[in-house]
Write a protein that binds this ligand. Structure first.
Ligand code: ARG
Length: 617
């Protein structure tokens, strides 16, 4: 442990740039007559990767390959420099020329003055780029001086809607909702941080036949206070279901309520509304504890599209897409085949006139494109719904609900497993309420913090436990490739070593304590990069912006986790190799600057993942 909670990096010095969530509005560069001026401005607003790509593309064009791509990546080994361009071989092949000779021509044309200190050819025609320490020092200073930590708005700016969390309101949120809630929240935060116009959407399941049963039971239970009756939603649902299964008269009443609900009967609607409200309050409690930024205003449930459903059917019919199959209205999609190899039928309206999950999703796409005018829609939903979304997307293109230029993407994810390798359940095999899981995380973290730091007062330990416990659960999930299933393991996620939240949170407190011990220092001190460890850290810090773009483009929060883990590791190495407090003068001041940007990057990065940092723990 590292001392008290008072003071610390942002508290004491107050010079840390604010979170990029509050970056200035997107800046549209105005056309500029002076080319030189434009070039410097562009260089300032380009990310490192964009800058290198632009320069290498220009050199490739000058060497007679205007269409070739540099295929730039970070160097695979330190001796290869910081970046390597792998695109020369393919360009040479297309031009039927010798790759090494082409690489020489490209290098001859390559203008990286003030950016790279060494450029060399390796192997069959890779170009290795060693960044100039002076350039890197400038990057560190610029990031520290910028209110957004040097994060540039991504261009073009898009209106992006992220559909996430989206539980069904009939029941309480359970562990199955964890992944969508936290992955979606991380993505929407990153998108906003890089300047996109973001809309959070909680597409809650607030409609369907089970609401007939639930409202019927609400009426029947003596308790007139819905809030009290629904205190335990799970229990309420179970009891209603028992009544439904055991009592035919009750079941009839429930069905009658469904009909009345669907026909807009005011009395039943009011009951349903009460139910939805209480249920959303349960969700909000979970979001608050989990640090998920969804609010009630973001909830736009399935019921919001009720009026559109007949219109959807009509429009599909007008487009000639609809067929009748056994009384139901169906679209047959050539793109999807059933087991017999026939085009798959997607039911739009059932024989009894009822609509389906798919129909509602068509309505939602149509609304988002026409009313909201979005450029991109992300659906953060379990991978098992993959076919559903592929069908919805295909249908929307055919029906014209979504223009071709609107990106529709399913951000799928695997299942959270228990130690037994089966979907995570309670010991008795029941579903685990999300709130219970979060309480347990906090409790376990409290035990841990109490063991490690028994001297901290109770309130402080509680506070640390909340940040560490919730952080651990979130980070364990976000740090894995979302496409895979993963095994939920308390000990692993709460470990202070390895790629975990506690490790990163602890790394942050290490830097924070450095500042407490440093006392007065110059926040505008120049940065100088000499040692290899300083350079490695500076290179990583200069990549933050590119990492955020990458996360936003691909929809993978684990890229950001990997990055933050790398930054902490590089910081620890720097800290061991390069004395900070024991050095003097300009060196000391410069090293403090590197530490300050490290702290700000960790804090901002974790904040984008929805994870809190502490000044001490
Ligand atoms: N409520 C759905 C479920 O629990 C998820 C909804 C996802 N979003 C959507 N637009 N379909 O499975």
């Amino acid at each position: 442990a590292d001392g008290s909670l008072s003071g610390g990096l942002s508290g004491q010095h107050g010079r840390l740039p604010p979170s990029p969530l509050k970056i200035a509005p997107f800046f549209y560069p105005t056309p500029c007559a002076c080319l030189a001026a434009r070039r410097t401005r562009q260089r300032d607003t380009m990310t490192l990767l964009q800058l290198l790509n632009q320069r290498i593309s220009a050199a490739l064009a000058a060497a007679g390959c205007p269409d070739a791509s540099p295929i730039l990546q970070t160097a695979s080994r330190p001796e290869f420099g910081d970046y390597q361009a792998n695109g020369i071989m393919a360009a040479a092949k297309a031009k039927k020329t010798n790759p090494r000779a082409l690489a020489e021509q490209v290098i001859a044309q390559l203008d990286l003055a003030g950016i790279a200190s060494k450029i060399e050819i390796a192997g069959p025609g890779f170009i290795n780029i060693h960044l100039d320490p002076v350039f890197l020092a400038g990057k560190v200073s610029a990031a520290l001086a910028s209110p957004s930590l040097g994060i540039e708005p991504q261009s073009p700016r898009q209106k992006v809607i992220v559909d996430y969390s989206s539980p069904n309101l009939a029941k309480e949120m359970h562990v199955g909702h964890l992944r969508s809630s936290i992955i979606g929240d991380a993505l929407v935060r990153v998108l906003a941080a890089i300047g996109h116009d973001t809309i959070r959407c909680n597409h809650v399941g607030d409609w369907g036949t089970q609401f007939g049963m639930l409202t019927a039971y609400l009426v029947e239970s003596d308790n007139q206070d819905a809030g009290l009756a629904l205190n335990d939603l799970e229990d309420f649902y179970r009891k209603a279901k028992i009544r439904f299964d055991e009592d035919a008269a009750f079941a009839d009443r429930a069905r009658d309520y469904v009909v009345r609900l669907q026909s807009g009967d005011a009395e039943v609607l009011a009951l349903w509304k009460q139910f939805v409200d209480v249920s959303l309050t349960h969700c909000e409690a979970v979001y608050r504890k989990l640090g998920v930024s969804l609010t009630r205003a973001d909830a736009r449930g399935e019921s919001a599209y009720n009026a559109d459903l007949p219109v959807i059917v009509r429009e599909l019919r007008e487009k000639g897409l609809l067929a009748e199959d056994d009384g139901a209205q169906v679209v047959f999609l050539e793109e999807f085949r059933n087991q017999d190899g026939d085009p798959m039928g997607v039911i739009i309206q059932k024989k009894d006139g009822g609509y389906l999950y798919t129909t509602t999703d068509l309505g939602a796409v149509r609304y988002r494109c026409r009313e909201l005018g979005v450029d991109r829609v992300l659906y953060v939903v379990d991978a098992r719904q993959s076919q559903h979304f592929q069908q919805v997307f295909t249908l929307c293109r055919k029906a014209g609900f979504a223009p071709e230029n609107v990106q529709l993407q399913h951000i799928g994810f695997g299942t959270m497993m228990g130690e037994d390798g089966k979907p995570f359940k309670t010991r008795s095999g029941g579903t685990v309420k999300l709130i219970d899981l979060l309480d347990e995380a906090e409790e376990r973290a409290f035990q841990l913090v109490s063991e490690k730091n028994p001297d901290l007062d109770d309130a402080t330990r509680r506070r640390v436990a909340l940040a560490v416990g919730i952080g651990a659960v979130k980070y364990a999930d976000l740090s894995k490739n979302r496409n895979s299933d993963y095994i939920f393991n308390w000990d692993q996620m709460l470990a202070f070593e390895g790629n975990t939240a506690p490790y990163l949170q602890y790394a942050y407190t290490r830097v924070a304590s450095l500042f407490r011990k440093a006392g007065e220092h110059d926040a505008n001190a120049p940065v100088q990069i000499d040692a290899a460890e300083e350079k490695a850290l500076a290179v990583a810090l200069a990549q933050f912006n590119d990492v955020l773009y990458h996360v936003a483009d691909e929809g993978y929060p684990h890229f950001l986790c990997q990055y933050l883990y790398q930054v902490s590791t590089l910081f620890m190495r720097f800290y061991e190799a390069c004395p900070v407090l024991k050095s003097e003068g300009a060196v000391r001041a410069s090293r403090l600057q590197l530490a300050r940007l490290t702290a700000a990057t960790l804090k901002t990065g974790l904040d984008l993942l929805g994870i809190e940092v502490l000044e001490a723990m």
